[in-house]
Design a protein around this ligand. Structure first.
Ligand SMILES: [Fe+2]
Ligand SMILES: [Fe+2]
Length: 552
C-alpha cells in the first residue's frame, strides 16, 4: 500500500493537531511520526550518525535466548538493525541480574490450547540470558528454555505522564517484555514454571513458581470468563479478583486493556503514558500468571507511536495465537477449547465511529472470519461458537451506542454460521440482547433458555471491568430488579462519522455497574448430544445480575 505522508510542517517541535491526525490512518500517522522523530534526533545530535540512534518509539526485534538488543526499529514488517544505544547499555551495565525481579506474568494460548501456551513477563531493565523452566511438578522444573526479548523504547517527550510527576530524568521509557512459547505439551495436564535470567533463578524459591493447565482432550465441562474496558483502578482489581474466584480455564478480554493510550482515538496526538502498562501487568498478574489472558484489541490499543498499524506495542506485550513470527501475527485469531470455538476479532478494522484503522486489513480479516466460522461449523466436536471483539454490534448505551461497521461486516457471517454468543466491550456497562437473527429478535427473559440454532445470536456488552461507567437511555433492568419497558432508545454509528437513531425491543438486561461475564460449558456425552452454555453476568461483588442458558 502506498502511504500518504502528510504535508505537516515538521521543522517545529509542535505536534500535529488532532484534526490533522484524524485524516490519516495509523500507518500514515506513524510514517509522519518517524519523520518528525528522526528530524528531532538529528537536531539534537548535531550530525547524522552521531550519538544514540533512538528514532522515537521502536518495537525492537526478537532476540531468542539472549540479551535485549536495543535500537532495532521496525517500520511496517521490515526490521533494520541499528547499533545498540550506548546510553541504554550504560544504564543497565551496573545493575546485577540478581537485583532485577521479573514481574507482570501473563499467559496466552497458542492455536491449540491442548498443547501450546505462551508465557510472557517483564523486567525493569535489560537482562542477559532470560529463560523459563517448566515441569510437571514444582520441585522438578527441568532445564532452562531460552526466552525471546521484545523491547520497547518510547521517547518521554512524546508521552503525557499520568499525574504530575515526570516519569524520570531519562529521555526514554524502556520496557523489556520476555516471551516463551511452549509447544508439545500434553492435553489436560498442569505444568509449573519459573522465570529467570543471568543472576536470577526463581526456581530457587517456591513462592515465585507459577502454573498453568492445558485444555483437556474430550468433552469435559469447563468455565471461562470475559469482560472489556479494564484499566488500572480499584474496581479493575476487584473484577480481576472475581475472575480468580470462578477458577476459569481462560479469560477473554474484549479490548480497551490498560488505557495507557488514554485518548482512545488512535491519533498520534492522543495522550499516552507507556508506564501505565507496567501498572496494568502488575494488577492482572495474580490472575494472568495462571489463567490464559486472551486479548482482543480495542480503540485504546491503537498506539500510533508503534508500527505496524499502531499495534507494535501490543505485539511486544502479548502473544496472539497464530504464525510463528510475532510481528506478522494478526490481532485476530481463533482457537477451540473442548466443545467451544472461540473467535477473537479486531473491530478497529470495521469501526465507523473511530476510523483510524478502518479497513486496514483490506478485507483480509472478514474473509478470514468467513473461512474460520465455516471451518468451526464443520468440526463435529464444536457445539458452540463464541466471538468477541471490542465495539458493540448491538448496544443501547448512550455513549458509544452500536457500531454499524460490526453490523455490516461481522453480523451477516454470525447469522450465516449460527454464532451462539458475541461478547463486546467499549460501552462501560453490562447489557444483554435477546437472540437476534437478520435483525429480528425473540424475547429471552433472565433465566430463560435460548436455542441459537433457530433463534439467533445473543449479544452481550460487558465493558464494566474497571474504568468509569457510562449511562443508558433507559432504566436498568437486571436480576432482582426487572423494569419492563416497551422499547429502548439507541443509535448506530455509520460511515462518515454519522449516527442513526433507533428504537429497539431487543435490550433485555441492562446493568450500570462493574461486571464480569462467566460461561459454564456443559457438553453432551458425545457430539450431537444436548449441550448447554450457561451464561451469567456478575456484578463486581460477585452477585448474579443476569443469566441465560444457550442450548444446542
Ligand atoms: Fe473503553
Ligand atoms: Fe473502547
Amino acid at each position: 500500500m502506498q502511504l500518504r505522508v502528510p504535508s505537516v510542517r515538521i521543522m517545529s517541535p509542535s505536534r500535529m493537531t488532532p484534526e490533522q491526525a484524524s485524516r490519516l490512518t495509523l500507518a500514515e500517522q506513524h510514517a509522519w511520526y518517524r519523520r518528525f522523530a528522526s528530524r528531532r534526533a538529528l537536531l539534537r545530535n548535531g550530525v547524522a550518525g552521531a550519538g544514540p540512534l533512538v528514532a522515537g518509539p521502536a518495537l525492537l526485534g526478537a532476540a531468542a535466548a539472549g540479551p535485549a538488543t536495543a535500537g532495532t526499529a521496525v517500520a511496517g514488517t521490515t526490521a533494520r538493525r541499528r547499533p545498540a544505544s550506548p546510553m541504554l547499555l550504560a544504564k543497565s551495565s551496573w545493575i546485577s541480574g540478581s537485583a532485577v525481579p521479573p514481574f507482570g506474568r501473563h499467559l496466552a494460548y497458542g492455536s491449540d490450547p491442548a498443547s501450546q501456551i505462551s508465557v510472557a513477563w517483564q523486567v525493569p531493565v535489560q537482562v542477559s540470558d532470560p529463560f523459563i523452566r517448566v515441569g510437571t511438578t514444582p520441585w522438578d522444573l527441568g532445564e532452562r528454555i531460552g526466552a525471546e526479548v521484545r523491547a520497547l523504547t518510547t521517547q518521554v517527550s512524546d508521552t503525557r505522564p499520568v499525574g504530575s510527576v515526570p516519569p524520570s530524568a531519562a529521555a526514554t521509557v524502556e520496557q523489556f517484555y520476555l516471551h516463551a512459547r511452549l509447544t508439545g505439551l500434553r492435553p489436560g495436564h498442569t505444568y509449573f514454571y519459573s522465570l529467570g535470567h543471568r543472576g536470577w533463578d526463581a526456581s530457587q524459591g517456591f513462592a515465585a513458581i507459577g502454573s498453568f493447565s492445558t485444555a483437556p482432550a474430550g468433552r469435559i465441562p469447563f468455565t471461562f470468563t470475559a469482560f472489556g474496558d479494564q484499566g488500572v483502578s480499584y474496581d479493575a482489581v476487584g473484577t480481576s479478583a472475581l475472575i480468580r474466584a470462578q477458577n476459569p480455564a481462560f479469560h477473554l478480554h474484549a479490548g480497551d486493556v490498560s488505557y495507557a493510550e488514554s485518548g482512545g482515538r488512535g491519533l498520534v496526538t492522543d495522550s499516552y503514558d507507556p508506564r501505565v502498562w507496567d501498572s496494568f501487568f502488575t494488577e492482572i498478574e495474580p490472575a494472568a500468571a495462571s489463567i490464559p489472558w486472551q486479548v482482543a484489541v480495542g480503540n485504546h490499543e491503537m498506539e500510533a507511536w508503534y508500527s505496524p498499524d499502531g499495534y507494535g506495542g501490543q505485539h511486544a506485550r502479548f502473544d496472539f495465537p497464530g504464525e510463528a513470527s510475532s510481528a506478522a501475527r494478526p490481532t485476530y485469531y481463533s482457537f477451540v477449547y473442548g466443545n467451544v470455538g472461540i473467535v477473537s476479532l479486531d473491530a478497529n478494522d470495521v469501526s465507523f465511529e473511530i476510523p483510524a484503522n478502518h479497513g486496514y486489513t483490506g478485507g483480509t480479516q472478514v474473509a478470514w472470519l468467513a473461512r474460520t466460522l465455516a471451518g468451526l461449523r464443520r468440526q463435529p466436536d464444536v457445539d458452540f461458537i463464541v466471538a468477541y471483539f471490542h465495539h458493540c454490534a448491538y448496544c443501547t448505551c448512550a455513549v458509544h451506542g452500536s457500531e454499524g461497521g460490526a453490523r455490516k461486516f461481522f453480523v451477516p457471517l454470525f447469522d450465516q454460521f449460527g454464532v451462539d454468543l458475541v461478547i463486546n466491550g467499549h460501552n462501560h456497562i453490562y447489557e444483554r440482547t435477546d437472540p437476534l437473527r437478520g435483525g429480528v429478535s425473540r424475547p429471552a427473559p433472565i433465566g430463560s433458555t435460548v436455542r441459537p440454532a433457530t433463534e439467533g445470536t445473543t449479544y452481550i456488552a460487558a465493558g464494566g471491568a474497571g474504568v468509569g461507567l457510562y449511562d443508558f437511555g433507559a432504566p436498568d433492568s437486571y436480576q432482582g430488579h426487572v423494569r419492563a419497558v416497551p422499547s429502548v432508545p439507541g443509535f448506530v454509528n455509520e460511515a462518515g462519522g454519522s449516527t442513526v437513531t433507533e428504537t429497539v425491543t431487543w435490550s433485555r438486561t441492562r446493568f450500570t455497574g462493574y461486571c464480569l461475564l462467566v460461561m459454564d460449558s456443559k457438553p453432551g456425552w458425545r457430539p450431537g448430544a444436548p449441550s448447554t452454555l450457561i451464561v451469567r453476568g456478575l456484578s463486581e461483588d460477585g452477585s448474579e445480575v443476569d443469566r441465560v442458558v444457550l442450548a444446542r
